[in-house]
Each structure stands twice: as C-alpha cells, then as structure tokens.
Design a protein. Structure first.
Length: 399
C-alpha cells in the first residue's frame, strides 16, 4: 500500500540515514547559563541570550504586570483593533534606542524581514517593471525568503565585499526600476561583521535604498546599540531590522528607520495587516529589556570580556576560532562527523554546544559554535574550557 504521504516518510528516512535528521532537544528549564536539557543539567553555550535577560526578574515582572493590566492577547491585528498603547510606547522606546525617527514592532525578527522587504521592492504584474535587491551571499534565511516573496530580482554579491557590491550595482541597476541593498549586520555562523561603512558608501553613491538586519548586533555591538552605532551611521540606513529575541531575551521584531519608510511599511506590510499584534506580555518585556540594556552597559562589557576569555582559552589549546569579531566563537574542527562527535561528547560531560556542518556552513568547515553570554561566571568559563580541552584530547583534535 502506498499513500500520498509516502514522500514524507521516504525523506525522513533518508535524512536519518544520512545523519541530516534534526534531533530536537527539550529544555526543562528557562534559558540561562546553566539549563536542564533533556533532563540533564548542563552548561549552556547554545542560546542567543547574550545578556542573560531571558529569565531576568525585572523583565519577567514587567511581563506579569502587563498581563494584569492589558490581558494575554491583543485580540486583533495592529491595523484593526490590535494597537494597544503599549505597542506605541515600545515603538517610541525602540526608535529612541536605535537613534532613528520611527519604529514598527512586529511579531518576530523573521517576520520583520517578511514584512519590510516586499513593500520596498517588487515586480509590477501589469507592466512587468521589476526592482532589484543586492543581497550578501551569506544573508540570513529570513532575508532570503523575504526577498523572494517580494518578487524583485535578487542579485547576490560576495560576502562582506563592498567592491563586488559596487560591481553588481554597476552591471545591473540600470535594468531595473529601483534598487535595495540588504545585509546582515553580524553573520551568526562565523561571528563576522558586515563592513557597513563601505556598503553604505557604495549604496549612497548609486542612490539605492539600504537595509541592515542587526539581529546579532543589538545588545552586543556599539555599546549595546547595535552595528549602526558601532559604525557611527545612526539614522543613515533607510531601514534597520532588529529582533527582541536575542540579546533582549524576549520575542518580537522591529522595523526601524526613516519616518517615511516606517510609515510606508506600517501601511503596507502584510504581517502588520494580517497577523495579530505582539502580546502585551511580550511588548512590555521588550520595553523593559531595552531599558535594562540602556541602563546596564556593564552587561555588554561582561559579555565581551567573557567572549574574549573563552576565545583566548580555545586558541591556547591550538584550535582555530575562525574570523569572529563578536562574542560568537566558532571552534573550527573541519570534518562534520568530528564536529558532531565533539558536540555529543561535550554534552556527555555536561556542556551544551551545537555542531554546525554543511549546508549551514561550507563543506570542510564544520565547527562547534559557542555562544558566549554575560550570564556565564568565571567559574563557568573555566569549567567549559576544561571540558573542551578534555574532549579535544579524547578525539585527537589536539595531542
Ligand atoms: C535570528 C535572526 C532572525 C530571526 O529573528 P527571530 O526574532 O528569532 O525571528 C532574523 N534575522 C537574522 C539576521 C537573525 O540572525
């Protein structure tokens, strides 16, 4: 007997046979430096909870108070009856934090890219007129999907390469109605940073629109204000995408930037028109998290100090840490089977750190990706490094 879902069974079996199947672990505790994962208490280096805010008492209190005052759900999309005063306050707060004119809060960072790109560029079905997106080769999946959804032509430029961006603009821009450059701020697989100043300069010279997704930069770069502040380009980008789910520890996405761009996207973005608003608890927690980050620059300093310490420790073992410029530390192992065995052994010894292999990263560049946070203590880092060393010796990565 065959049935119409057999293709799924076959694909799942194939994925298991080829070790591509994703075994999803279950967390039995909140996100923190130590977590209970599949029932085991382990030292966590996997979450994007850079500043340790995901389980912070002040931010939890803000969420609880919002539930009491505003309820658990907005009951509508933003454009009908879902815009609560909380959302407006949070947007003003985010715009001030990012030092831009305005901000639109959406349901997630992923959603922000689905929301923002299509209104800016696309294809006119009647006239066939098309716009063009210039996209970094390693941009995040949500940017790629948002770009595809827009219907605009997508031209990929080489990773972090402003000269190639310029070459692509020169070759292609004149064939299209208008152009948009989109880049990730921090690339999460390697922890490298887009050369935002150079990309901006090229985009400005050709008068194309600019958009940067700062998901891994907020709370991390620019004293916590993100990659745009890091490069001193506040207010220059037409659109800045952000997430409240990483350093801010909550959930939600933001589309920030110039007044006219945010107003236009607010009117047109489909997730704003057709998907309900962020919950009061999330919204209040986001605001509390932004306040907290602003008032506690020492958290950002701790994050960087921890990351530097961890990176130096891995390098002292004689293991390559790639070309990271952020608290993301890739422990380069090369072979994907080795990386997976390494991650499994780490877990056995009480350290939770993810192996990444092809197709997430290029073939032969498999690694363990260590996400450092401000929540780790000196003791945690020493323990983590000790276990990394032990596993590296057992698996003959070092002698
Ligand atoms: C994580 C990430 C997102 C998704 O953010 P969520 O709030 O988790 O949906 C979007 N863009 C980039 C560049 C990211 O790294």
């Amino acid at each position: 007997m065959t049935d119409k879902l057999d293709f799924m069974r076959e694909e799942l079996e194939a994925a298991k046979a080829e070790k591509r199947y994703i075994n999803i672990r279950t967390m039995d505790s909140p996100a923190d430096a130590w977590m209970v994962v599949d029932g085991e208490k382990v030292l966590n280096f996997c979450t994007n909870n850079y500043l340790g805010l995901a389980n912070h008492p002040k931010i939890k209190a803000a969420a609880k108070a919002a539930v009491d005052e505003w309820g658990v759900g907005p009951g509508a999309v933003r454009t009908i009856a879902g815009t609560q005063r909380l959302h407006i306050e949070c947007e003003e707060r985010l715009a001030a934090f990012k030092q831009v004119d305005a901000a639109l809060l959406v349901q997630s960072g992923f959603c922000a890219n689905q929301a923002a790109i299509a209104p800016l560029v696309g294809r006119n079905r009647e006239t066939g007129e098309q716009d063009v997106i210039f996209s970094d080769r390693l941009n995040h999946a949500s940017i790629i999907d948002g770009a595809r959804l827009s219907g605009a032509k997508i031209i990929v430029y080489e990773h972090c390469d402003a000269a190639d961006l310029e070459a692509q603009i020169k070759e292609h821009l004149s064939n299209y109605r208008r152009g948009l450059v989109i880049t990730d701020g921090v690339f999460s697989m390697d922890g490298d940073v887009a050369p935002l100043d150079e990309l901006y300069e090229v985009a400005a010279r050709y008068d194309v629109m600019t958009m940067v997704d700062d998901a891994h930069g907020e709370g991390v770069l620019g004293n916590g204000r993100g990659i745009v502040a890091h490069f001193g380009l506040e207010g220059k980008f037409d659109v800045e995408i952000g997430t409240l789910s990483k350093a801010f520890g909550v959930m939600g996405g933001v589309i920030a930037g110039k007044d006219v761009a945010v107003e236009y996207i607010r009117q047109k973005a489909r997730p704003n028109l057709f998907s309900s608003a962020l919950t009061p608890a999330d919204t209040a927690a986001c605001m509390a998290a932004v306040d907290y980050v602003e008032r506690h620059p020492e958290l950002v300093e701790k994050l960087w100090a921890n990351a530097e310490y961890f990176k130096a420790g891995i390098q002292e073992l004689g293991i390559d840490t790639g070309h990271t410029e952020t608290p993301i530390v890739p422990v380069m192992l090369g072979d994907v089977k080795l990386a997976k065995a390494f991650s499994a052994k780490l877990f056995e010894y009480g350290v939770f750190a993810m192996a990444l292999g092809f197709p997430t990263v290029p073939k032969g560049k498999a690694r363990i990706r260590v996400m450092n946070t401000a929540a780790h203590t000196q003791e945690d880092l020493d323990k983590g490094l000790e276990i990394f060393e032990k596993v590296a010796r057992e698996l003959d990565v070092i002698q």
